[in-house]
Design a protein around this ligand. Structure first.
Ligand code: HEC
Length: 88
């Protein structure tokens, strides 16, 4: 083994370590703001949402209404989105 082989092996190892050290739990908690930007801007501007202040029940009703119109959210995304809307 010459030093280049060692260097290449070290590089591969470093890439593997970097891959496994990425905090994957960051992906399992959906980000409400990102969900809004992704799912709620298709039919109207986001300002239509961000300009409104509602309590949790109000946002729940609104989000359910939007799902009825065609917004796609699973239960987890819906919960994260409502948390964000209540606290924005
Ligand atoms: C399929 C199209 C569509 C999508 C996707 C959509 N909306 Fe709407 N939204 C509408 C339409 C149409 C209106 C106006 C008519 C009405 O208020 O029912 C509206 C109005 C609104 C209003 C103003 C009326 C109110 O109740 O305060 C809010 C707030 C709102 N949407 C939030 C959202 C949020 C949050 C999302 C993402 C979950 C979303 N919308 C996604 C179609 C959509």
């Amino acid at each position: 083994m010459n030093k280049w082989t060692l260097l290449a092996a070290g590089l591969v190892l470093a890439v593997f370590l970097a891959m496994f050290s990425v905090p994957t739990h960051g992906f399992s908690t959906p980000d409400g703001k990102a969900i809004m930007e992704d799912r709620c801007g298709g039919c109207h501007g986001l300002d239509r949402i961000t300009s409104k202040t509602k309590d949790r029940a109000g946002w729940q009703t609104t989000v359910n209404r939007m799902i009825g119109k065609g917004a796609t959210l699973n239960d987890e995304e819906k919960a994260a989105l409502i948390d964000y809307l209540v606290s924005k």
